[in-house]
Every structure is written in C-alpha cells, then in structure tokens.
Design a binder for this molecule. Sequence first.
Ligand SMILES: *[C@@H]1O[C@H](CO)[C@@H](O)[C@H](O)[C@H]1NC(C)=O
Ligand SMILES: *[C@@H]1O[C@H](CO)[C@@H](O)[C@H](O)[C@H]1NC(C)=O
Length: 375
Amino acid sequence: MSSIPSGLRPPRSPLDPKVLITAVWAVALVSPRHGAASYIASPPPRSAMVPAFYVFGDSIVDPGNNNGLATLAKSNFPPYSQDLDPGVPMGRFSNGRVPSDMLAEKLGIKKFLPAYTDPNLELQDLFLGVSFASGAAGYDPLSAESAKVLSLSDQLGFYSKCMETIHSEVGEERASAIASESLYLVCTGANDITNTYFGSPWRSSQYNISSYTDLTVGSASSFLRELYGLGARRIGVFSLPPVGCLPSQRTLHGGPERDCFDPANEAAVLFNSKLSAEIDSLNKDLPGARLVYVDVYYPLLAIIQDPARFGFQVSTKGCCGTGNIEVTYLCNQLGHPETCGNDTEYVFWDSYHPTEVAYHTLVDQIFSKYAPKLL
Ligand SMILES: *[C@@H]1O[C@H](CO)[C@@H](O)[C@H](O)[C@H]1NC(C)=O
Ligand SMILES: *[C@@H]1O[C@H](CO)[C@@H](O)[C@H](O)[C@H]1NC(C)=O
C-alpha cells in the first residue's frame, strides 16, 4: 500500500481511552470543557450535524497527505499556506484553507480537517473525521501511480484501518452507526483529464474521450460501491470543475489568447453527465444509500467568466509567481517576487488551485444547495 507511517499517538489522557471515547457524546452534553485531554477539551460540538466527516480525493481536499511521500505533488512550503497561522500544518494546495476544512466547519465539527497521515494525528481525531485525499490522485489509478501518491484504493485502505480502530474502541454497534451517520466527500478526477489524458500519451493513445470517461466513471462507481460496502451511506461526490479553464490549461493549450481549453471542458462535461447518471443508478441499487452528485462545474465557471460579479479581479492566471504555470514545486519562494500582492483579488492561487476566498464563495453556494439532500 504505502510506506506512510500510520502509527497514531495514543490519547494524551491518563484515563482509559475507551471510557473517554464512549463517553464523548455524554461529555459534550454535560460539560462543555474539561482540561486534561485535548479530546475532552474540544469534544464534538453539540451542534455538529454528523458524528464525523471523512474525505477522499485529490489536492482540492488534501490537507497534507503528500508531505511524507516521494512525489513532486507537494505544497508544504511557502508561499503555500501564506494566509494560515504558522501553527497549522503545511501541505494544503492553496494560500489558506481548502474545501474539506470549510465543510467541516459548516458541519459544526472543526475549522481544520486534518490529514490522516499527519504525524500529530491523535486517536480522537479519527472520531471527528480526517481527509485521506492525496494531491494528484484520480479515479484512473494511473494518475496516482504516475505521480507516486495515494490512490483511491490506498485511501480506502486507510479508511478501513481507521474504522477498525474505531470498532476496537467502541464496539461494532457504535462503529457502524458512526460509519453510516457520518458524512463522506469524494472530490477527484481533474488530474485524470489534465495530466493523465491530455498531459501524456499513456491513455490518449489508447482511448478517446468517450471511452476514457467510461473508464474513469467505472472506477468512480467501483470506489463508491466499496465505500458503501464499508458502511458509508451519506456521500457527496463533487463533479469535475471546468478543467479547461484552469490557468495552466490556458497556458499549455489555449493558444496566444490563453483561452479555455475546450476539449478538456468537453471531457469534463461528458464525465459529469455519466457520473451523475451512475450515481442515480447506485442510489437505486444500494439500499439506504444517499449519494449526491454535487455540481461544481457551473458555479466555478460562473466565477471564472464574470469574476467582478463575485468580487474578484483576475480569473485567468494564478497569484503565485507569473500565474501562468506555477504549481507545486514551481510555486515557491524563489518565484515569490512575482507573486501577487493581494491574493483575495484572484480566483486562482496557483495555476491549478483556487484561492481560499474563491473556495469560500464556492463552498457557501454548494453547502446551501446540497446539505439538505445529504443531512
Ligand atoms: C471511441 O472509442 C470506442 C472504443 O474504442 C469506439 O467504439 C467509439 O466509436 C469511439 N468514439 C469516437 C467518438 O470516436
Ligand atoms: C485586497 O483586495 C481586496 C478585494 O479587492 C480589498 O478589499 C482589500 O482591501 C485589498 N487588501 C489590500 C491590503 O490591499
């Protein structure tokens, strides 16, 4: 699977962790604060809408799972995270928080959803939710393999381990209630189109867009079935964004005018329509499943096409460096002199990822539209 150390530090409390964990809901109800263990100091708020929030996918929702991997798909150095407090672990692919954090906060859980492979992760974090997502992963297993990051099947393996831990702490009945009542988010697939299909000959020599999107939707469907098999029921699945309008795609394929790269957008639209149909069919097949297709394509396209309407000035290039191509290692301190002075004016932070403020605009829209369907 991978060489990631998943050794979890035991809870700091001198008390029996089992007692603590089974007592946590009661503690949350009876006494708002206790000093000792951090788990007790910050119990899941009474107002939390779900027991926990578990996230799978790629860099849009990866809070640092790639930090310990030998991959180029990393962001644990400045100017990434430039608008976060120094105490927040590095590894988010933006200037600030990412959608998994914002959704965890909206759910009433916490402001920063930690990475599952964070070396400081504690047992109690597993009970509130973590992100297994890994930058550059995709539904196509070749995306993670070629970038040397965690594939969706690696991520599912970690989730399964996480659930085994929860099971051994609280027993079968409580563990399966946690699994079925928690909220899940799956957000990936953009790398399949931009990198694995249009960015290399591996797939484009064998597949056309129609057959390639069949492959990736088939893989998405298997993943969702496996996740359901492990007990998940409420699952939000993000559509692909308008990948052809990412600054890097304009630079690489958009000609002298740096237009959006239409074939990539068309591939995304086709993928999305197949994914949405597949989700409808899974909902009919899988008893008790509440899978929800979450459109991010049109909301992000609206912001890109008319940034001023949403309070932005620039949507065709990123803030980091020249904004045309810098992402991961190319977006670094050396390119810093050119980095924009005010990232809140930009839709994109680097040539691939939105800024924190653009994510906020998107997540606000998405949450109000889809939360009622999922919760
Ligand atoms: C795409 O490839 C499939 C299978 O190889 C083939 O049946 C189909 O006609 C092709 N579609 C297009 C639009 O070329
Ligand atoms: C940055 O840009 C935003 C939005 O245009 C503006 O409200 C803010 O005042 C700017 N901040 C600075 C420090 O210039």
